[in-house]
Design a protein around this ligand. Sequence first.
Ligand code: BES
Ligand code: ZN
Length: 455
Amino acid sequence: MDGEFVSRERDRMLAELGEFLAIPSISTLSDHAADCQRAADWVSDELRRLGFPVVEQLDRGGHPIVWAESPPVPGKPTVLIYGHYDVQPPDPLDEWKSPPFEATVRDGKLFARGAVDDKGQVYCLLKAYEAVRDGDGLPPLNIRFIIEGEEEFGGHSIERLLQEEPERTEADAILVCDTSYYAPGIPAVYTALRGICYTEIEVRTAQRDLHSGNYGGAAPNAMETLCRILGDLKGRDGRINIPGLYEAVEPPTEAEFASWQELPFDMDDFLTEEITARSLAGQEDRSVFERLWALPTFEIHGIMGGFTGEGAKTVIPARATAKVSLRLVPNQRWKTALGQLEEAVRAVAPDYADIEVRPIHGADPVQVDVTQPAFAVLDQAFTEVVGRGPVAIRSGGSIPVVASLGLRGAPVLLTGVGLPDDGLHSPNEKLDLQQLWDGVAIFGRFFELFADQPV
Ligand code: BES
Ligand code: ZN
């Protein structure tokens, strides 16, 4: 690997990544479909610049999936790299210290929507590839990229693609850099991701909104009804009141619990630096790691309806909608959980209310066995660059396609160069530049070391 690469190319890399981050490729907003296409084009152009002879955009009804194959290196292993070019919406906009789609460096950190999740990490892998090419532009092994644009929206197109063409996941290792270190200086490799079941719950109690003086006291209120239903679904003790939901939950093994006990953890730091709250929520009889990684959640993301504008309006809303998701843990299935949620909503809803539970997206949880040889190679690459190998932990987040990536048996290496305080999905999302530069070296070394693995 070119040891001078990072120090020599730093400014150019910052400029290139800045271009990528300037594209507001927000996959969940239909107004931004053209931006998702532009981000796919940006990735495709970059892959062509890097000399990939095969660069395609695959259309499965949504945002394009970028597929690329490096020049073939016969007899060498193949690494498939997965990432996503789409981002979450940037709001609340007034909380950003610099505009979300104008990458800005402050204090050694790059601030922008997508800086770490996941454009910065996709970029990191592109540059790791660039850094290990030889004088003829050839890599030490076979690399494929699959970069989608719907990860933040459930990953429907890539799911369809892999169902139709599962052979695309035939590789000696699959590298997914869409997560973070456990803590500064402590890289991580993930043994599980939570699944998700994201829904919209609509309550209708009348044909139209009503005067709250004329009818208040006698007419049902859709917003109140919705709030009561939502309140009924989770107890103050943090347990979710959805019959059957916990039945499939597979508790971590004693060994896994024991390994979590070894992790350094400072509750005060966690509260002030990460959660930014005065105290925790959830089941008090469960550890923080268990709450984050091994138990399902019930989360209300937003409630719409009624009057929320300036001033006052005395109205009884006839309709109210909530965005609600469940995170799911190993052995749960999102379609089962969806059915259980629907049942539970109907069971607590009053007769006068018409209820609809609409699924928006879903993903099953995944577990990864991290004992295959590829993980030892990853460990070595991290150790050479940052002085220690990754800890094996779980993630509370989800990456929908991962359940399908591993179906052909390739080990799926879930790792990343983010830091816990990067603020993914929050205002002022950032990537520490040192993490990016280290990442180029780490994954460059990984490619070189993995090239020597038997195929
Ligand atoms: N990069 C995250 C996944 C992640 C989050 C990994 C936290 C590790 C820790 C990913 O891009 C993401 O946010 N996924 C969504 C998926 C969902 C919208 C289907 C998520 O988890 O909310
Ligand atoms: Zn994300």
